[in-house]
Design a protein around this ligand. Structure first.
Ligand code: FE
Length: 255
């Protein structure tokens, strides 16, 4: 079972929406499936979403006195925590590069910052989009117990997803270790805000796993040419499926 079972202590991020809690003083349970009719709490309300002044229906003990009885969603919560830890290292590493080396490089877009978007486990490995002031890449990290420190920087690998096959380039950094990156956009001049870049990154993640994007196009199509041809109009999130290259398909033909 999970290491934190039984200990809640107000740590809402450590319990799932399905967690069944109980008062450690009088053992009255709180089951999100049932809610709390005595306080007009609707069925389906997660413990974490209860108002701060909610208290035990049995003894009035405050929320923080509740313990986890059982949590059917705890595996997913722990998995999310592990992915968050890995992506935090990725963000820290590239934020350091930003401050140390990239800040004064003319091509950077100072409206943007380093942010990990949409990271989730894909076949056991964290995968998501890394947004930065000078690039947006799909990034794949090593899985639990995998050692990618021996990857050869610059080596290429084609990795398949529901929408098609993509070329990733290997790299190794001290903080992150080995990782594999697929270039989506660089530079980032056409983005107007961090929120817009994040929205595009989320759209990329959705499109990546959408088999409907698996067209009969050649993955080796020259993405850069396509990108330059489309650089003129600002990114339009509604304008998907514009370009005949694989990466253009998932990037919505922008950039
Ligand atoms: Fe109680």
């Amino acid at each position: 079972m999970s290491g934190f079972e039984g200990s809640y202590l107000g740590a809402n991020d450590r319990i799932s929406a399905q967690a069944v809690m109980e008062c450690k003083i009088c053992w009255t349970p709180y089951d999100p499936a049932e809610g709390d009719a005595t306080r007009q709490i609707d069925p389906g309300t997660p413990f974490a979403a209860l108002p701060d002044d909610w208290s035990c229906p049995g003894c009035e003990a405050p929320k923080a006195q509740f313990l986890v009885n059982h949590d059917p969603g705890s595996e997913a919560v722990q998995e999310a925590a592990r992915v968050a830890e890995r992506t935090a290292a990725l963000v820290a590493d590239f934020t350091e590069i930003w401050h140390a080396k990239m800040r004064d490089v003319p091509i950077v877009n100072k409206l943007l910052q380093v942010e990990a978007v949409g990271f989730r486990l894909h076949e056991g490995r964290p995968l998501g989009v890394l947004v930065s002031p000078w690039f947006m890449n799909l990034v794949l990290l090593a899985g639990e117990g995998e050692d990618w420190s021996g990857l050869v920087p610059g080596a290429k690998e084609v990795i398949g997803f529901a929408s098609g096959e993509y070329e990733f380039i290997h790299n190794v950094r001290e903080m992150v270790g080995g990782y594999k990156a697929c270039a989506l956009f660089s530079p980032m001049g056409e983005f107007h805000s961090q929120a817009q870049a994040v929205e595009v990154a989320r759209a990329v993640m959705a499109a990546l796993f959408d088999a409907a994007n698996r067209a009969g196009t050649d993955r080796a199509a020259d993405i850069r040419t396509t990108r330059e041809a489309e650089l003129a109009p600002p990114p339009d999130l509604s304008g998907m499926h514009v370009a005949p290259s694989r990466r253009a398909v998932i990037t919505g033909g922008m950039g």
